[in-house]
Ligand binder design. Structure first.
Ligand code: AMP
Length: 181
């Protein structure tokens, strides 16, 4: 498995823009729109993920609403796999399974289609999102994959906010391309 060189890491890191105090004071928002609009950074990231995951025995990639859809769908296409969406409550049109998770104040909910992984028994699924902070969203998403009879074999993030240690709660191994302190 090819590891990312320092130069490649910097190409990706420098393409991500920090927006202080968004969406509220004290949060530094990691804006990946500037990564997406930089073809060299996007190709560096996606080629790295393609190389990492081509040796895994995966059946599907599942992306978290909404930025996980972008990286997940590109990766699924590169690997010749199907892509599944894990969406915020009320967006999926067919029968769903839901999982609640707590936010700083109150709750949120994510959903998956009950037949998301078709007829594949115990499908091997890679979960992907842009960023893991507290890990609440990713834990709920991984639980959903397992609830509908598939197996979350790994959770992958472009960025991990290391100081929050969100990955400790995940019911699957975690791989983060960039660790941010
Ligand atoms: P959490 O459930 O706390 O791990 O939050 C992860 C979700 O919130 C992901 O879908 C991220 O896209 C988003 N998120 C949380 N913190 C940030 C941040 N500082 N910058 C950008 N997105 C964030």
């Amino acid at each position: 498995m090819k590891t990312l060189s320092e130069e490649e890491k910097n190409i990706i890191l420098e393409s991500i823009r920090d927006i202080p105090d968004f969406p509220k004071p004290g949060i530094i928002f990691k804006d990946i729109t500037t990564l997406l609009s930089d073809p060299k950074a996007l190709d560096t990231l996606m080629t790295h993920l393609e190389n990492r995951y081509k040796s895994y025995d995966l059946d599907y990639i599942a992306g978290i609403d909404a930025r996980g859809f972008i990286f997940g769908a590109v990766l699924a296409d590169r690997l010749g796999l199907g892509f599944v969406t894990i969406r915020k409550k009320g967006k999926l049109p067919y029968t769903t399974v839901a999982e609640k998770y707590s936010l700083e104040y109150g709750f949120d909910e994510v959903e998956i289609h009950i037949d998301a992984f078709g007829d594949t028994e115990k499908a091997n699924v890679l979960l992907i999102d842009d960023l893991i902070a507290t890990g609440g969203t990713a834990v709920a998403a991984a639980n959903l994959i397992n609830k509908v009879g598939a197996v979350c074999v790994e959770a992958c993030f472009v960025m991990e906010l290391g100081f929050l240690n969100g990955k400790k709660a995940l019911p699957a191994p975690v791989y983060s391309v960039l660790e941010i302190d």
